[in-house]
Structures are given as C-alpha cells and as structure tokens.
Design a protein around this ligand. Structure first.
Ligand code: PPE
Length: 313
C-alpha cells in the first residue's frame, strides 16, 4: 500500500497529501483525460538525484500537446517544482508522479472548456515486479490483448486512458500466474509490457521494437540504447516477431518503475538458461552505478535535489 508523504504540489503551491482530491465530475473521471509521468529519484552520496527529469518533463509536454491540452506551467517551472517537492518531503529516494488533468467545469466529451490542473506527488516505491525480479528474472506471458492500434489512442502520449489497455494486460497476466504480460501490436508483432519497454537478445545483438510498434517512447529505453552503444553491444530498433521471444538468449524489460528487469520465461518457455543473462546484467550494472552515483554522471542524467529544508507552513 501507498505510504503518504507530507506534501503534494498543486497548481503552483504545496498542499497536504490528504487535500489533493478532485470532484467526481472532473472531466478526467468520466473520460480519462489526463497525461502523466513516472520518474525515479535515487539516493546518491550527494543526496537525492532525479533521473532524467528534463526528458520526463518534455515527454509530459509532448503528451499534453498531442491532446491539445494547454499546460498552465512551463517545463522549467515544473522541473524546479519537482526538485522542491522531493526536498520538502525529505525523502532520500522516491518515485515522482506528475499529473495534468482536465478538471471540473463543463461536462460532455469536448474537453476544451475545462481547466487543466497540475499535481506533482512523490512517495517511496520499491521494486516494481517483486524484490527478486532484478536478480532472478520474471515469468511473463504474451497477452491475449493487443496494444493500442495506430491512430486510435496515440502511444507516444503517456495518457491516463492508455492504461485501461495496460490494466487488461496486467490483470490477465497476474490471474494466470505471471508477473507481467507482453502486448503485441495490431500487426501481431511484439510491442511492450503493460508498463515496460522490451528488449530481445540473440547472438549478442539486442533487438527492440521501434516507436511505430505502439510503444511508449520510454526514457529508460533510451537510456538502455545509449548504454548499449557505449558498452559496444549491438542494438537495432526493428520489428520483433512473437516467436523471437521464445528462441532468444535473453529478454528483458526497461522502465522507470521496472528499471532493467530480466525475463526468465515467456509462456512457460524458458529463455536462455532461465536466469538473468550477461547482457542484462552488464546493462544493469552500468545503469545502477550511474543512478546511484557510484560512477560519474557522464550523460548529465541526474538532477540533484540538495539538502532537505523545513517544510514551509
Ligand atoms: N511502456 C509503458 C506502457 C509504460 O507505462 C512505461 C512506464 C514504459 C513503457 C517505460 O517508460 P519509461 O518509464 O519512460 O522508461 N511505466 C510507468 C508506470 C508504471 C505504473 O505502474 O504506473 C513507470 O515505469 O513509471
């Protein structure tokens, strides 16, 4: 269960966690009209550091633009507010959830007469797919649900409504005894997990579906691509047939919540030797060394929060 923190940022000021409520007739409740982000803030020897803050803020602005949602705050204001949010809540590490939503006002599908409200919340969030997942790998299935079809709900936007599809995939997987489900796109090719991008390794080369395969443009995905390049591991963005999952040497997920999570079986077919593979391990090591501040932040991925200050009253 979620453990509350002290403060949530709402339209430019901090309010108490329990006061961050909305009216049931807010547009978002009936129509799913929200865009949001998920961002991790890691504990480092220099204090809390937010991972790829500016890229997340930019993606949220992109999501809003796709939905003609006028963001009432600039990217700079939102980025600064998130740094302040972590500081006032005095957490060494956390998960940050910015949400922009169509709020209370008019009713009916047309959202353009409703105000856009912005909330920034954070809390402590542990390992997404279980404590053992990062070291041992997870058991997943291919979902009977497809991912969003092109030109229906745009997947380059991280919109609340997209996650009704993710929920179908995730519930089916869990009820059938798997940790997560992989969605295929409407052409039948591998797309992504309900909350993660996916990578398939064969003969030392990584394959990952292109953005046109109904995937979210994951910021961890981008980080994995950069790290692979740097570590001299070949990587291609290409269409991935479903059966390639089964014959892969390794399969792994990437995501803010999931970080880099190895997959040890798909549809009960063992992947490789049924354990975390060497490519996933190498990428994990480099990723965690950077985000935990053990290695230099050579890509400028970290935004340092600085010392905790007393919460303003
Ligand atoms: N695909 C989907 C559908 C997705 O939701 C995420 C993030 C990703 C890929 C990876 O994107 P990125 O985080 O930028 O690397 N999923 C978020 C939500 C998880 C949740 O349960 O809520 C996350 O990982 O924060």
């Amino acid at each position: 269960m979620l453990t509350p923190t002290e403060k949530i940022w709402y339209n430019g000021r901090f309010i108490a966690w329990k006061d961050a409520t909305i009216h049931v007739l807010s547009h978002v409740v009936s129509y799913g009209s929200s865009v949001f982000e998920g961002i991790r803030c890691y504990a480092t020897p220099q204090g809390p550091a937010i991972f790829r803050l500016h890229e997340h803020v930019r993606r949220m602005a992109d999501s809003a633009k796709i939905y003609r949602m006028d963001m009432p705050f600039t990217n700079e204001t939102l980025a600064a507010a998130m740094v302040e949010l972590v500081r006032v809540n005095r957490l060494p590490s956390c998960y940050i959830r910015p949400i922009a939503l169509r709020a209370y006002g008019d009713i009916g599908v047309n959202p353009m007469n409703n105000p856009v409200d912005v909330y920034l919340a954070c809390w402590e969030w542990g390992k997404y797919l279980g404590d053992e997942a990062l070291a041992e790998g997870v058991d997943v299935c291919v979902s009977s649900w497809n991912r969003l079809a092109p030109n229906t709900l745009p997947t380059l936007a991280k919109a609340g409504a997209n996650y009704m599809n993710s929920q179908l995939i995730r519930m089916e997987a869990i009820l059938n005894g798997y940790s997560e489900g992989i969605g295929l796109d409407t052409a039948g090719y591998v797309s992504e997990g309900s909350g993660e991008n996916i990578f398939v390794v064969r003969d030392g080369k990584i394959h990952t579906p292109p953005l046109g395969a109904s995937v979210l443009p994951g910021i961890t995905r981008d980080s994995v691509i950069k790290l692979a390049q740097d570590l001299g591991i070949a990587l291609v963005e290409t269409i991935v047939p479903r059966e390639m999952l089964y014959i892969a040497d390794e399969v792994f997920f990437s995501g803010t919540a999931a970080e880099i999570t190895p997959i040890r079986s798909v549809d009960r077919i063992q992947i490789g030797n049924g354990k975390r593979g060497p490519v996933a391990e190498k990428l994990q090591k480099e990723f965690f060394a950077i985000v935990n501040g053990a290695k230099a932040d050579r890509y400028g991925w970290l935004s340092f929060v600085g010392a905790a200050e007393p919460v303003p009253v």
